[in-house]
Design a protein around this ligand. Structure first.
Ligand code: CA2
Length: 147
């Protein structure tokens, strides 16, 4: 069976509890549930993992090899800084779709560069939690050979 991993970086555990003006009212569980529902619609499965620690996220990416067919990844602030995460994504043969809830291009200039985008399959930016569903759909349909 096709398996997806929803990976979330630092502070995303606070979704829905702080800063609703930027990130909306939805929680991390809502984002994960969207991916699980999308996976089920395609007879696939999804697991989720969130960490505030860069090395834990590196470990999760390394361990995804052979276990998951694709990763939906919101690296949060590490997007803009992490060579370690970029190297981990490059090192595994698992497609990664980068997701950002907010439109990082409308925000501070330091959010407008992603260290990870060049090694990801694609990016979904600024569409709120639905971005997680769209990322899952893109992966699942690519596995089915559709588009
Ligand atoms: O828009 C996104 O999804 C981001 O990845 C979110 C990151 C930010 O550093 C990126 O530039 C864009 C921040 C996640 C922090 O999430 C919070 C949620 C609620 C309250 C406080 C932070």
């Amino acid at each position: 069976m096709t398996r997806l991993l929803v990976l979330n970086g630092p502070n995303l555990n606070l979704l829905g509890k702080r800063e609703p003006g930027i990130y909306g009212q939805g929680t991390l569980k809502d984002a994960v549930d969207l991916v699980k529902e999308t996976a089920e619609e395609h007879e696939a499965e999804a697991d989720a993992y969130q960490s505030n620690h860069e090395g834990d996220l590196v470990d999760a990416i390394q361990q995804a090899e052979g276990k998951y067919d694709g990763i939906i990844f919101n690296p949060a602030a590490y997007t803009h800084t992490s060579i370690a995460l970029r190297d981990a994504i490059s090192a595994v043969d698992v497609p990664v779709v980068e997701v950002h809830i907010s439109n990082v291009h409308q925000r501070e200039s330091f959010r407008q560069h992603s260290m990870l985008a060049p090694v990801c399959k694609g990016q979904v930016v600024g569409l709120g939690l639905i971005g997680y569903r769209l990322a899952a759909l893109a992966l699942l349909e690519s596995f089915e050979g559709r588009r």
